[in-house]
Write a protein that binds this ligand. Structure first.
Ligand code: NAD
Ligand code: UDP
Length: 329
């Protein structure tokens, strides 16, 4: 049997790197692509010695060329944390629109099946909770988060259009807040923010009054859901996330307990359009994919905390955010 070939974009990022590991483990030939705007090669450096792994340093918003056959494409390239996409808004819009268009064109040319990483952000600041896939969302297109939310909504629309009009095999996963090893400590997302603050002996910053909710999914569960969706024959969007909903205040208390920090909570203004509640309705994933999360928050947080503790002191003290100057031209 010939080895299946899969292109993974955003491969040096948090989720992309875990996907590379999974598909290498499944015996695939993995073509990893990333422009390193928010990712880090250290996430995949352990794969470079493998014969069935190749890395391409490339911006997928520009024409994408891949030699040879291709069976699957996983499009995960995109800034994903609010801090990142607020700093590189145009790049975020381009990778969701032009990047997705390029990759759909590649999928069509190669006869490959393509899965795109969409997000719970397509529901915006939702008026229904939990959010089923049928909910159309409550998004402010011109607010600060619009660059990400609308790029992802366009990404879904163009993907469905290629499916309907060109017959490309497509899959759409709507990912809810996911955490685990290889998150960037300074990407601004709430979990690395709290753990980083605890490890550096700083106060923990809760935005707003902390009553907003999120539902956190451990990365291994998410990767398994994505694998099952890719192998399924279901082309409409599927939520993948852990429905165990918690307020950000309670989450902060859990991190304080986990890390044993003696620092206190300080309250900062709530960012514009920060969703008040978020919890996936995972009925479709359960019924269509036979999937549901297995790792509870206590277990997942312990694994993630151990990962952050194992980082070098230099990595821990590096609290400045990524410098995007060269990308913003
Ligand atoms: P990440 O920032 O760790 O990874 C994104 C990767 O994409 C980075 O390595 C970055 O360098 C790369 N990239 C960005 N623009 C690129 C471009 N134009 N060309 C090539 N590479 C590019 O973020 P992540 O958490 O791993 O997110 C991956 C995907 O999953 C994103 O599409 C994101 O929208 C989606 N997602 C993630 C979450 C989550 O909780 N982690 C939730 C919802 C959706
Ligand atoms: N948040 C917080 N303190 C921080 C970082 C984030 O209270 O230092 C809050 C943020 O306002 C949001 C939630 O935590 O309500 C999750 O934020 P994150 O950036 O991780 O992702 P989001 O789900 O908003 O995209």
């Amino acid at each position: 049997m010939t080895q299946k070939r899969i292109l993974i974009t955003g491969a040096a990022g948090f989720l992309g790197s875990h996907l590379c590991d999974r598909f290498i483990k499944e015996g695939y030939h993995v073509l990893a692509m990333d422009n390193l705007i928010t990712g880090d090669l250290s996430n995949i450096e352990h794969l470079f010695e493998l014969q069935n792994f190749e890395f391409y340093h490339h911006d997928v918003s520009k024409f994408v060329h891949v030699a040879g056959e291709l069976d699957y494409i996983l499009h995960f390239a995109s800034p994903a944390s609010p801090i990142d996409y607020l700093k590189i808004p145009i790049q975020t819009l381009k990778v969701g629109s032009l990047g997705t268009h390029n990759l759909l064109g590649l999928a069509k040319a190669k006869g490959a099946r393509m899965l795109i990483a969409s997000t719970s952000e397509v529901y915006g600041d939702p008026n229904v909770n939990p959010q089923p896939e049928e909910y159309w969302g409550n998004v402010n297109p011109v607010g600060p988060r619009g660059v990400y939310d609308e790029a992802k909504r366009f990404q879904e629309a163009i993907t469905m259009a290629y499916h309907t009009f060109h017959g490309v095999e497509t899959r759409i996963v709507r990912i809810f807040n996911t955490y685990g090893p290889r998150m960037r400590l300074n990407d601004g997302r709430v979990l690395p923010a709290f753990i980083g603050q605890a490890l550096r002996g700083e106060d923990l910053t809760v935005f707003g009054d902390g009553s907003q909710t999120r539902s956190f999914c451990f990365v291994d569960d998410l990767i398994d859901g994505i694998y099952r969706l890719l192998m399924s024959d279901y082309a409409s969007p599927v939520n993948i996330g852990n429905p165990d909903e918690i307020t950000i205040s309670q989450f902060c208390e859990e991190i304080i307990k986990l890390t044993g920090t003696s620092q206190k909570i300080v309250y900062k203004p709530l960012p514009t359009d920060d969703p008040k509640q978020r919890r996936p309705d995972i009925t479709k994933a359960q019924e269509i994919l036979g999937w549901q999360p297995k790792v509870d928050r206590a277990e997942g947080l312990k694994i993630t905390y151990d990962y952050f503790k194992s980082l070098s002191p230099t990595a821990l003290s590096k609290i400045e955010h990524k410098d995007f100057t060269s990308y913003n031209k």
